[in-house]
Structure formats: C-alpha cells, structure tokens
Design a protein around this ligand. Sequence first.
Ligand code: ADP
Length: 292
Amino acid sequence: QVVVVGSTNLDLVVTTAQLPGPGETVLGEDFRTVPGGKGANQAVAAARAGADCVFVGAVGTDEFGPRLRDSLVAAGVGVDRLRTVPGASGVALIAVDRDAENFIVVAPGANSALTDLDADDRAAIAAADVLLLQLEVPMPTVVAAAAAARAAGTTVVLNAAPAAPLPADLLDLVDVLVVNEHEAAVVGGGEIEALLALVPRVVLTLGARGAAYADRSGVRVDVPAPRIEAVDTTAAGDAFTGALAVGWAERGGEDITAVLRWACAAGAACAQRPGASSALPDRATIDALHDA
Ligand code: ADP
C-alpha cells in the first residue's frame, strides 16, 4: 500500500495566440479544466500503476472540490482521508500560447489548510509500505507525515518538487529522495554523490536519458529510458515517481534496477501521450512499454 500526503489543484487551462502583458486583455481559444497537483497526480499514478493508494489532502467547499474528489475516486484512489475545508480549492491558472510558452499562477487554497494530521491519518501512514511526499503542502505537515512513517517503519519517499532547499528535520526522515536535475541542483549540489550526504538513497531522473540510483551502501544503478516519440512530457515525473513508489512497495526496496526500469517505462508512457493527469499510464501500458 502507498499513502500520499500532498496537494490537489484544478488546472484551469486556456490556449491563446499570444500571452497578455500586464494590464492587457487578450481573447483566448480553447478552455479546459484538468485535475492536477503533484500529490494527486502521483496518487493517481500509483493507483493506475496497480497500488492500493490512499490520498491525504484537502479540497475546498467551492464547486471545484467535488470535481477534484471525483477524479481521485475515478482513478481508484482512496479518499477517506481527504478533507473538505471552508474556502477555495487549490487552482492553477494556466495560459499557453502556440509556442507552448506559458503563464502559470497557482493559488494553493485548501492545500495550505492541510496543517495537521489526525490519528486516522497516522494510522493510514503506519499501515502503508510507502509514504510518498512532495512539497506542495505546508512543510510542517510534510515533516509530521514523515515522522509518523519513520515511527511505524513505513518507507519515506520524498519527491522534492517544486524544487526547494530541504530543512534538516525533514532530511533526517527521508529514506528515498526523488529529484530531477533541476531539483537536484536546488536541494544540494546537483550531483547524486552530493545528495547522498543529505539522504541515504537518491533517485535522479534524467528525462529522455532515463534515471540513476545511488545509496550509501555503494550501490549505483543507471537505467536508460525506453526510446519513444515524446509528445508531451508534462507529468512524466509524476508518472515516474508514482510508479517508483509502487515498485518499491511491492519489492520491499529490493531489485532496484527492475523498479527503476519499470518507473522509467511509466514516465515514458506518460510522455507519449498529450495531457497531464489524463496521460498517467495504467499498469498494462507500463508493462507493455517495459517489455517492448
Ligand atoms: P520531470 O518531468 O520531473 O522534469 P524528467 O524529465 O526527468 O522529470 O522525466 C521523468 C522520467 O520520465 C524520466 O526519468 C524518464 O523515465 C521519463 N521521460 C521523460 N521524458 C522522456 C522522453 N523524452 N523519453 C523517454 N522517457 C522520458
């Protein structure tokens, strides 16, 4: 079982010929709403990859709350620990032009109200094999969740996204750090070796070049990504991280090479399809690309 403590946002996406400047109004083209947020995306990725997955998070009392909740339910994610809090849900206002240049404003809304964990949240974390965390909910909550996991022997996997330096009390509780190259640079040094001074195990994603793993016992693994035609790499990192958590839970941290290969297949499968959360692959799709 995988528990995710994290964010859920509704992405409000409009395409436009030209992005507006300050004070300017432009007429857009298509508009769509897409459930997102790194926490929810990784929970959906884990559930589609075949895990029993529980999401701990918060939506608002606005009209977006039920939409966000329903999209998690539809993906098979457990929502018993999802609260509804007074006020707005998390939203991301996104404008995209024809060159795929974009403008994004995130209003965290209900995500910033996820300020404490109750006994039932801790019980869910204790019962899980893996706790999967990101950095889109308040840091004290991330640290409290990691501490609950550590106390119960649940493996803590932290995806340090969006990129930010990590406080020492969190670093002490992380079992596996997952970062892309940009996040690796912000968290510390950029090199996998430098990161091992901070946490015991590191997974570095390398886009089309695949992923690398290293730990303090001296294990080093490099895995190439499947060769694919990349259509839209949005959420590839979420697909990778969700699948990594599932593989880690299923294999109890053994057979790292196999887990990394499978997670790379998940990231690549996501990159093959347009869209973000809608492109997160199911287990059969991951397996097919993995075995190709
Ligand atoms: P992020 O999306 O967080 O920036 P990456 O770009 O490193 O992270 O992508 C995450 C994973 O998705 C990679 O490790 C790889 O497995 C897969 N992936 C991403 N882009 C491609 C691509 N062009 N071809 C194949 N796999 C890809």
